[in-house]
Write a protein that binds this ligand. Sequence first.
Ligand SMILES: [Fe+2]
Length: 348
Amino acid sequence: MKILIVDDEEANVKLLSAILSREGYDTLKAYDGETALAIVEKQAVDLILLDVMMPGISGFEVAKRVKAIKQIPIIMVTGLMDRDKIIEGFKSGADEFLSKPYLYEELLLRIGNILKVKEYQNNLESVVEERTKNLSEALRKLNIVNKEVMHRLLVAAEYRDDNTGKHVTRVGKYSRIIAEGLNLDKEYIDLIEQTAPMHDIGKIGISDLILNKPGKFTDEEFEIMKTHVIIGTHIIEKGESLLIETAYDIILNHHEKWTGKGYPNNTKGKDIPLSGRIVALADVFDALTSARPYKPGFSWDKSISIIKDEREKHFDPEVVDVFMNNREKVKSIYDEYSDNTLVKTEAV
Ligand SMILES: [Fe+2]
């Protein structure tokens, strides 16, 4: 244990240092407050024996400044023992007082007690630090597992529906561009990109005959197709992790419309979770520009103009504005992940 002795009287410091060294403590010496503060800043100190009356900055001031940067126990040594001074000392950060003249036995006992408490606190802190570290590591691993499970689900869905291979990646990336444009939290932006590809996971439960039908759906087929939303929510179920919650919101709401004329719940305007409003646009834009069994892909210009027309109808006007303002970024994803390129679907 290292004890810093601060006193302007050299003889006191030397005597104390000799006594403490004999008891097995390491000692550091300072003859004024400034030197004491410089030592505390640079070195590990376990306890300070601090004189109050010193030229330059007083012991009270030294105590205040020490406690502002480090939690080092301080025993104030002083001849002044009136009540006001003691209160001022405690307020400055002193843990103990010792009045001059004092018995060395008493000093050693007080030092021993304080260091015992400090050691206990240090142990407690290292236990807390260790457990916090373990907990963060466990959470990090859990997060990875969550993402992996999501990705596996996505791969399973892709086996059913070849068309959605790059579609899901593009929807994730378009959604990210919109979320960035809305200045959302970085964490939430990542979450949106990771979970947007899950929006059509429920298609896993729709018959191939309907899913890959080359022509237009009959009313009955369309009603069946619409159930992919509910099937998706059953697959995901509302979990407790933010990842699952966001995926759930996206799956449930990606076919809702700003006017309330979407499905499955006719949710309207800002009652639709923002993640759902973002993915709704990203999904439709990608569906417009892509070829499907029942239609060719529309041109870039035509698709953009359809999105514009649906401002405040199908889509949240703010989401449309952000999408339009970031058209260049959208275009680069559109080119890079085009169905005619060989880019593979990325992991979630
Ligand atoms: Fe869908």
